[in-house]
Design a protein around this ligand. Sequence first.
Ligand code: GDP
Ligand code: MG
Length: 571
Amino acid sequence: MTDILGRVRDTFRSDQRADPDRLVERLHAINRFLGVVDGHLPDERLVAAHTLIERAGTRLALSRDHTVVALAGATGSGKSSLFNSLARFEMSPVGVRRPTTGVTHACVWGPLHDATRLLDWVGVLPRHRFVRESALDGADEAALHGLVLLDLPDFDSVEWSHRSEVDRLLGLVDLVVWVVDPQKYADRVLHRSYLREFHRHRDVTVVVLNQADRLAPDDLPRVLTDLRRLVDADQLSGVPVLTTSALTDAGTAPLRAQLEQAVAQRQAALRRLSGDADAVVDGLAGLVAPGRADDDVDRPTIRRLIDALAAAAGVPAVAEATEQAYRHRAVAATGWPLARGLRRLRPDPLRRLHLGEAPVAPERAPEPGGLLGIERAPVAATSVPEPTAAQRSAVGLAVRAVADRAGATLPDPWPAAVTAAARSRLADLPDALDRAVATTDLGVQRRPVWWRLVNAVQWLVTVAAAIGLGWLVLGYAVRALGLPELEYPMVGVAPLPTALLLGGLLCGALLSLLVKPVIRWAARRARWRAEGRMHDAVAEAARGLVVTPVREVLRAYAEARSALGVASARR
Ligand SMILES: Nc1nc2c(ncn2[C@@H]2O[C@H](COP(=O)(O)OP(=O)(O)O)[C@@H](O)[C@H]2O)c(=O)[nH]1
Ligand SMILES: [Mg+2]
């Protein structure tokens, strides 16, 4: 059933005219594919596509008015004889002078110079080019005007250079006429290595059973049927199989008619390239899987990566130090003024890490492409503890997880490309993390209003206590000197200086006590805030150095898939 459907489609396809715009669109899509996968896929898998783009571009630019037809076949099948017969003169050496058949001869129907650049590209030397000017033969040859017929070397030649010349030309020409003879038409090499390889070029393949005059009339249909069967087995069903004899003009008429048709349609070049595009697209199809929807790295995996990086960057340690530093600074700012000197003797927990100063502002605008846009030079080295081996391996695992998750549903070799991208900037990571922590504003520089208020009150009560003390000392001195005693004003039962002194001291102590839980609460908030900011900085580093390269590969994949969709013949 599928076979029948296949045949129907083939017939339909070969009836269809090749649309040059559609071909150009497909070639553009293949070119776009090559552009986006560049650097992500191994070059050796892209050779055929590159070759096609190069060849198709040149072929279409050179001449759309010419149809380049090659006569290909085994030694002695009659290529040169057919060539001479079609050109109606003797020029390509036949049979006996076989060694010279290693070079390709060309005959152009129409002005030679119009086809010069085409023949240069095909690689036929000027002394092997001939012209069949239609003016000479009148209307006879007009139907072939635009034909460039090539007499190829033998594909089964003992000379390696002849065989490679055949292979080269078979890749360039618009239409191939396979010439076989009654003795060797079933040759294995011909079918296996050549005809079968041309199954995507059914539209531009013709098979000719030459030397038909050598067959008894009864044998001809049998041989022809057998040849047809072999050609069908080569997946070339629908390809014309003609009989010719190079000895007479009448013998070559069927082939001449076929060529006239090809020249008139001017479709061979387009069909040839369409077939090449089919082959290239089929070859690339395995590189993109159909129906993949998500092309992003999933958020939980990124979160785990950021956590691992934050741990390795020492974010918890710095956050802890920030809390302590806040407490330290708050107590120093709001504590009993006379005890502050003692507090100052203790080192600031953040300064020990060489942190907590105002963040370094970039002096110059960040260079484009500089690491995360952060200025490199002026950042002071911190003394944040180095990551442990466990933290380092956690980072490694988290990076791997990002690559694994992102590449999980991609066909080979994309997962490898994703992994390579995820690891591509790993060397920059330690520096970037250091920088992320060092340049984060931990928010401990600010002196909150309430510190200043408490501080003012502390000073007020301390000054009150000092005044009280001074007053009392003055009273004692006056009494010791025998001067008239000072009259202290009374506050309730206590004299005012005593009330000032004791009240001042008590209020100071009480205030310190009351403020303590507030400081603890505010220190925890400062820790969370610092932790959040460092997390953001680390996240930026993670995105810039791990996630973005991975996303670029995923985007390249998605674009490659859509490009190949456009390039596909089945749209
Ligand atoms: N009887 C007969 N002999 C042919 C025909 N075509 C070619 N030959 C002979 O076959 C031999 C090989 O021909 P040639 O054109 O050199 O084959 P090539 O190697 O394919 O180029 C020559 O002796 C030709 O005369 C044909 O159609 N009928
Ligand atoms: Mg020959």
